[in-house]
Design a binder for this molecule. Structure first.
Ligand code: CP
Length: 335
């Protein structure tokens, strides 16, 4: 009997165990990356096994991306897979070919997985329903960005000293929540892990109905006043004001005053509060340099590194779960 194919499309509905498994695998791959960067370890990627050798991964990015697209490519190559890269401007989607037909075309070539980013909410599910190979959602419209949530949870887990330490923590997610797939995936992940979430922004971008986004272990509150919401927060995820989506432009001018992480607001935070931002940042709009570049409290660069590890973990999990033990023993060896 052929087992059902495995996709990775959303955090919503994922069990705590599966979430934990992916976060732990991410942290193992991050440890391996750190070892490769550390001259004391006398180990580099040339010595690594190639558990996905022979696999071809199609990166189908029909909406712009720097971090997600490049980190999927780095992750696949570190694991020994080869990649093909499709973007909107250089492909037949610019001639009007549909997302489903594009996916069918790639699948017909025999690729082993499709990573898809699209402006269409639900687009990744459409692709998964269309093809027989595993599909990974790299961000679909306003719906979800599940690998971003895995990397963000890994960063927070590492900072707080373990996944279980997230239970009871309060995390502020600030910004254009209505338009944000990052916020949706992070809220599902945090509340599944037992953290409480405050969604913060102007009423136009954070409607009260978002308080009912999820009903997992943690709670979700909607806040329209940033200074009050930051009081008692254990971690802060700042989001990009999505100027390319309709709701962003309408509030851009006043945004920094009311919802930006300005030097003054940042100086009022405890020195242990981590600041995350998925990028790309609008510096001077939702976040100022003081916070974005802070040596100990900004995790923006660490998020990028963790992003490679998260995508390695997801690719391994879908394409070669039985080889995880090989990576575990290797991780032990380089510690
Ligand atoms: N965080 C994120 O999704 O960034 P990119 O759009 O650059 O991939």
């Amino acid at each position: 009997v052929t087992p059902p194919k495995r996709d990775f499309l959303q955090i919503r509905g994922l069990s705590r165990d599966r979430l934990q498994e992916l976060i732990e695998a991410t942290l193992r791959h991050r440890a391996l990356m750190s070892a490769a960067e550390d001259p004391e370890h006398n180990w580099d990627w040339t010595a690594a096994p190639r558990p996905l050798a022979g696999k071809i991964i199609a990166n189908c990015f029909l909406e712009d991306s720097t971090r997600t697209r490049c980190s999927f490519e780095v992750a696949a190559q570190r694991l020994g897979a080869t990649t093909i890269n499709l973007t909107a401007s250089g492909s037949s989607t610019s001639k009007g070919e549909s997302l489903a037909d594009t996916a069918r075309t790639l699948a017909a070539m025999g690729v082993d997985a499709i990573v898809v980013r699209t402006a269409a909410s639900g687009g990744a599910m459409l692709v998964a329903d269309t093809v027989d190979c595993p599909v990974i959602n790299a961000g679909d419209g306003r719906h979800e960005h599940p690998t971003q949530a895995i990397l963000d949870m890994a960063v927070l887990s590492e900072w707080f000293g373990g996944i279980e330490q997230l239970v009871g923590k309060t995390v502020c997610i600030v910004g254009d929540i209505a338009n944000s797939r990052v916020a949706r995936s992070a809220t599902h992940a945090l509340t599944t892990l037992g953290a409480d979430v405050r969604l913060v922004g102007p009423p136009t971008l954070v409607p009260p109905s978002l308080a009912h986004l999820t009903q997992r272990h943690g709670t979700v509150e909607v806040h329209h006043h940033l200074d009050a919401a930051l009081d008692g927060a254990d971690a802060i995820i700042m989001l990009r004001l999505q100027l390319e989506r309709a709701a962003g432009g309408a509030v851009a001018n006043d945004y920094r005053t009311h919802f930006g992480l300005t030097p003054h607001r940042f100086s009022n935070l405890p020195a242990t509060t981590p600041i995350l931002h998925p990028g790309p940042m609008n510096r001077g709009v939702e976040i100022d340099n003081t916070a974005a570049d802070h040596a100990t409290q900004s995790f923006v660069t660490e998020q990028v590194g963790m992003g490679v590890a998260a995508r390695m973990a997801v690719l391994m999990n879908l394409l070669n779960p039985s080889r995880l033990s090989c990576w575990e023993s290797l991780t032990q060896a380089v510690r």
